[in-house]
Design a protein around this ligand. Structure first.
Ligand code: MN
Length: 252
């Protein structure tokens, strides 16, 4: 039987393919939320979420790890896993050891590729307070088996962020970073304890990615990480930035 010309989007015959501009989505999918920016009407759109591992020596030690100055390392989270602070986040499935990690977040506002440290700050739009939520039991299992961390780090509601403060109004120095759970202090550190500084992180990451406006970088957590329960109230802060608050929802 002779081939019947079709008008489907993905015909194997190039001459029969629809123009890509005519193709409509079959269904809609979640998108990342816009992040509020202090003093601005516009929201900050999200492209990617990078996270630095073991960037405070005291936190590395509490998990039985050491730090070095050879090179920072990274993992990522899906942009759709991001939540704006102020509400309730889901207690995730599949864990019995769901941890908080309070972090300084870098918001990239200009392209950066292979930028030296002394030029890296030009790519920084601003900063926010964030939470890198972690299924610690799954992370420990993956570490033991030398498998990827995705299931421990990249899940729904796994990243929380507060409003962004422009870099003109905040310079990371020795500001205090802290997390309080149900009015009890849990995590505390200072930004000058970071093993890798903001410009060092941006410069190093730009050797491996074309950093793009909309990229976020979670810069690691100070010591004091621990388990959360449904109903816990978290209050996170970096002195000089907009604080964050979230409540943990019921277990799935
Ligand atoms: Mn972290």
């Amino acid at each position: 039987m002779a081939h019947q010309p079709s008008t489907v989007a993905f015909s194997p015959f190039p001459s029969e393919r629809m123009s890509l501009s005519l193709i409509r989505p079959l269904f809609s999918v979640p998108t990342a939320p816009l992040v509020p920016i202090l003093g601005r009407q516009e929201g900050f759109p999200i492209h990617r979420i990078f996270c630095v591992g073991r960037n405070y020596a005291a936190h590395a030690a509490e998990l039985g790890n050491t730090v070095d100055r050879v090179a920072p390392f990274y993992f990522t989270k899906p942009p759709t896993g991001l939540v704006i602070e102020g509400g309730t986040i889901a207690y995730p499935p599949g864990t019995e050891d769901y941890h908080h990690e309070i972090e300084l977040v870098i918001a990239i506002g200009a392209p950066a590729f292979r930028v030296p440290t002394d030029e890296a700050m030009k790519a920084v739009f601003g900063y926010a307070v964030g939470l890198d939520m972690t299924r610690r039991d799954l992370q420990n299992t993956m570490k033991e088996k030398q498998r990827p961390w995705d299931i421990a780090k990249a899940f729904e509601d796994s990243a929380v962020i507060g409003a962004i403060t422009a870099a003109e109004d905040f310079e990371p120095q020795s500001q205090r970073i802290s997390l309080v759970v149900n009015d009890a202090p849990r995590q505390e550190g200072h930004l000058n304890e970071m093993v890798w500084s903001v410009p060092e992180i941006v410069s190093h990451l730009s050797r491996y990615y074309h950093l793009t406006p909309g990229d976020l970088i979670f810069t690691g957590t100070p010591s004091g990480v621990g388990a959360l329960q449904p109903g816990d109230r978290l209050a996170g802060a970096v002195d000089g930035l907009s604080p964050i608050a979230v409540t943990i929802g019921p277990a799935a």
